[in-house]
Design a protein around this ligand. Structure first.
Ligand code: AP5
Length: 182
């Protein structure tokens, strides 16, 4: 079974939901950079104060700050890990590769969750997180298209990419993911 996984996809594609289910079922570490950054904001830490406005605008946090969080968390002992929301651009993908070489834990599979824009907008408006207001959602999607989407091709060329139609019910999607990683 594959145990070093990555979820890639637009905001609202279901990365966090699927990563959470899979990590709980397998006792893997679920590393969501968005979740870790939101915790820093809740704690009102120095980092939290640095990133609060950026996240509320739906823009990307500085690569170096995010890399520091990823390194701290991947360093811990774990049975496997699932990256959710990282990397988000080519520079982050290259930094991740260097970290994984050092850890001797190569990435084994990338699940690309594909979803139409209007479906994701509706899902996020229903959820109602602080950055789930229409203007911010559109900004997040715009940044995703410009900076994150090129990673689909990047991971395809590394023969790591698995396509998932994410516009289906949760169980159907998670069964397909389980089957592909088995
Ligand atoms: P992050 O937390 O990563 O947000 P995101 O990428 O915008 O993703 P979401 O959490 O909105 O969507 P998701 O795909 O995880 O879907 P989910 O499962 O939650 O990042 C937030 C911010 O942090 C960024 O904008 C940026 O500022 C910063 N950041 C984070 N990482 C960064 C990085 N690497 N570099 C720089 N900055 C970074 O599901 C969404 C909703 O849909 C939920 O309500 C869920 O219940 C529902 N749902 C899920 N699946 C289904 C389904 N199959 N059917 C129906 N509903 C579903």
């Amino acid at each position: 079974m594959k145990k070093h996984l990555l979820f890639l996809g637009a905001p609202g594609a279901g990365k966090g939901t699927q990563a959470e289910l899979l990590s709980k079922a397998n006792s893997f570490l679920h590393l969501s950079t968005g979740e870790l950054l939101r915790k820093e904001i809740e704690m009102n830490s120095i980092l939290g104060r640095q990133v609060k406005d950026i996240m509320h605008r739906g823009e990307l946090v500085n690569d170096q700050l995010v890399l520091k969080i990823v390194k701290q968390n991947l360093d811990q002992d774990n049975k496997g890990w699932i990256l959710d929301g990282y990397p988000r651009n080519l520079s982050q993908a290259k930094s991740l590769n260097e970290v994984l070489i050092e850890l001797n834990q190569p990435l084994e599979m990338v699940f690309y969750l594909d979803i139409p824009e209007e479906v994701l907008v509706n899902r996020l408006l229903l959820r109602g997180r602080k950055d789930d207001i229409e203007e911010t959602i559109r900004r997040r999607v715009d940044i995703y298209r410009k900076t994150t989407e090129p990673l689909i091709q990047y991971f395809k060329e590394l023969s790591l990419l698995e396509y998932i139609d994410a516009d289906r019910d949760l169980k159907t999607i998670s069964s397909e993911i389980k089957r592909k990683m088995a």
